[in-house]
Write a protein that binds this ligand. Structure first.
Ligand code: 9MR
Length: 635
């Protein structure tokens, strides 16, 4: 037995930070079969995970690209390297090597080793890594492993649509009546303002439901629709991007075969909604956008969209929402121009109007109140929203006003690449990434492109330090709400650096990040429904509530869960995950909304990154999506 060391001491020595004050952890203690230190400090590993989380060797359960990096992580008490074997589907050993000890990992309270088997490059299915007498989940090696996910991650949006019936022929098992279409106050056709705060009603039908709730929030719709349009726009400049894969007829949506790329049809469903949230001409605050629209009070689970009987309410306009409309309107004007000039023009008019209104009202902050039937989405620093909107307006119009605004913003030069990634309330990166990739005459465009590469270098360095091989290591090991989306967004930065430089190391960083999402994590879990052998399937949703009502479906294949969240905001987490460390702050339960919700702004980077990963080899026809397994069958 080795002596115990305090977490703080051990972590100073290994460069990791404390798990908890005064906590005791063992760097290399003999373990139970999961590799979990039997003496890890109380509470670090929740009771429900103490008996283990599956095989000690964690892999990408979907698989590795033939010529890409191939890495895995082992939890073990051993301090020195252990022999590993790669076995094919028949059990034949096809490669061997030795693990690399990585020390105590503060994000999992485990002693870990990493395994690099990149040299093995023979395509096949059913491979397993075997170490310490234990075999990993099976995985494939090949070049077309991500084609179905490429489609599914985007197909997610059709079934999130509000204001339209979901056709069961297009989504077998997921058909449902239209939600929020009634003429009365429970519908979105004529919605009044909170506390009679305005003298008009707006028709805000359509758009996507935000998440497991049926609210529609402009600031979260903004980043989501941006990332879909951006995924499309990338195909105009990135050498490896394949526009056909998101083209007309690829997503089985009602608009398929209308001669417009399906990804843009899907984006338009949301963008039309964002436009409808703008305060009409002649009214107080004309040109501003309402922050959000949702029920007056929370509904229970399950509640299908058409069963919602609560009153719908428009919340006051906010500068943040207005700038989201300015940014996405300007972007939509660009990407839709070749397909629908009128729609493009309408977006540009709305965007310019929104910009002027935001400039005139720079401090109209949303209350951030989340206790009244919808999420708060409060944001009190809007310099980044201004920067993003100015960037999009500049790229579309080339106008000096916007060029000047960008040049004078400190965000144009600041190091904006923080470890916690970008998100709905931190959007400077959206502007910076577009200024780097969308062609323009910006005088310092080259410097901007280099800054993206510098950001990617930072994420690559973080990834290399992280024993799970992903670009996210919050310094206190406390993962954020929606951590999976932050990891994916950091991968977007690396992917863009690859598009800019063509350097393989950035592509490889993205591929490794994908491993974490699909199973190379302490929970041995693929966070994407229908992908891998042990995946999330009970995400918090009022209508994919299979866990509560077996007649309802689970979330569709290709739905990503938010992921570990140290905040434990829901009651279930408070009870079952109290004191949890890093990656353990997650449970696949429909009531665990703080770690296990599905959301439009989380599937958007999943889709973006999956398309990028799928693009990194020859193409193949998409196969039908795998049906999500019954959750019970997974246990
Ligand atoms: O994704 C949001 C996260 O960044 C915030 O910390 C959290 C609490 O305010 O809210 C999250 O957004 C939720 C929203 O408020 C309501 N719909 C579901 C969203 C995802 O959980």
């Amino acid at each position: 037995m080795r002596a115990a060391v305090t977490a703080a001491t051990a972590l100073t020595a290994t460069g990791l930070l404390a798990i908890g004050p005064g906590a005791t952890a063992f760097a290399a203690e003999p373990t139970n079969p999961s590799g979990l230190s039997a003496n890890a400090q109380p509470g670090a590993v929740p009771e429900m995970y103490k008996s283990g989380t599956g095989p000690k060797v964690r892999v990408n359960q979907v698989g590795y690209l033939t010529n890409g990096p191939k890495n895995a992580t082992l939890t073990t008490g051993a301090e020195t390297g252990l022999p590993w074997q790669l076995k094919d589907a028949k059990g034949k050993v096809v490669a061997t090597g030795t693990t690399t000890p990585r020390g105590l990992d503060g994000a999992s309270a485990h002693n870990v080793h990493s395994i690099d088997f990149s040299k093995y490059a023979t395509p096949g299915k059913g491979y397993k890594l075997v170490v310490d007498g234990e075999a990993s989940h099976p995985f494939a090696i090949g070049d077309n492993l991500y084609e179905t996910l490429r489609q599914d991650a985007l197909k997610f949006y059709y079934t999130q649509r509000s204001g339209i019936a979901v056709d069961d022929k297009l989504r077998p098992g997921y058909g449902r009546p239209a939600g929020h279409v009634s003429q009365d106050e429970t519908g979105d056709l004529a919605v009044g303002c909170l506390n009679n705060g305005c003298d008009y009603k707006l028709n805000v039908k359509g758009g996507w439901y935000d998440a497991g709730d049926q609210g529609k929030y402009v600031v979260n719709g903004g980043i989501s629709v941006f990332q879909l349009m951006n995924q499309f726009e990338r195909s105009k400049t990135a050498k490896t991007a394949d526009a056909k894969k998101m083209g007309d007829g690829t997503l089985a949506i009602p608009e398929s075969r209308n001669k417009v790329p399906d990804i843009l049809d899907e984006a338009r469903w949301e963008q039309e909604f964002l436009l409808s949230m703008q305060v009409p001409d002649g009214k107080t605050n004309a040109g501003m956008a309402h922050h959000k629209i949702h029920d007056e009070s929370w509904t229970g689970l399950p509640t299908l969209p058409h069963q919602d009987t609560k009153k719908r309410v428009l919340h006051p306009p906010s500068t943040a929402a207005t700038l989201n409309l300015a940014a996405t309107g300007a972007q939509a004007a660009r990407v839709f121009a070749p397909y629908d000039k009128k729609f493009a023009e309408k977006n540009l008019v709305a965007a310019k109007k929104a910009w002027a209104a935001a400039k005139a009202n720079p401090n109209m902050m949303a209350s951030g109140d989340s206790g009244s039937g919808g999420g708060g989405y409060g944001d009190w620093n809007l310099a980044d929203e201004f920067y993003w909107a100015a960037a999009e307006l500049y790229l579309t119009t080339g106008d000096k006003e916007f060029a000047d605004y960008i040049q004078n913003s400190s965000l144009h030069k600041d190091d904006i690449w923080n470890e916690r990634g970008f998100s709905w309330d931190r959007v400077a990166a959206l502007g910076r990434l577009d200024l780097a990739t969308v062609p323009s005459n910006l005088p310092d465009r080259e410097r901007i492109r280099e800054s993206v590469v510098t950001g990617a270098d930072k994420y690559l360095a973080a990834l290399q330090k992280n024993p799970w091989g992903m670009p996210y290591s919050p310094s206190d090991n406390r993962y954020d709400w929606g951590s999976n989306s932050l990891i994916l967004n950091n991968m977007v930065v690396m992917a863009t650096a690859f598009d800019i430089t063509g350097e393989t190391k950035y592509r490889d960083g993205v591929l490794q990040g994908m491993d974490y999402i699909l199973g190379r994590n302490v929970l041995n879990r693929s966070y994407v429904t229908g992908y891998g052998s042990s995946y999330s399937v009970n995400q918090h949703s009022r209508w994919y509530a299979h866990q509560l009502d077996k007649k309802l479906p689970p979330p569709p294949a290709g739905t990503i869960a938010g992921g570990p969240n140290g905040g434990n905001e829901d009651d279930l987490a408070k009870k079952q995950l109290a004191g949890c460390v890093g990656q353990f702050c997650y449970m696949d339960d429909i009531m665990a909304f703080a770690s296990n919700e599905l959301t439009i702004n989380w599937n958007a980077p999943l889709s973006w990154v999956t398309a990028f990963v799928s693009d990194q080899k020859g193409s193949s026809a998409p196969k039908p999506a795998p049906a999500p397994a019954d959750p019970a069958a997974q246990k």
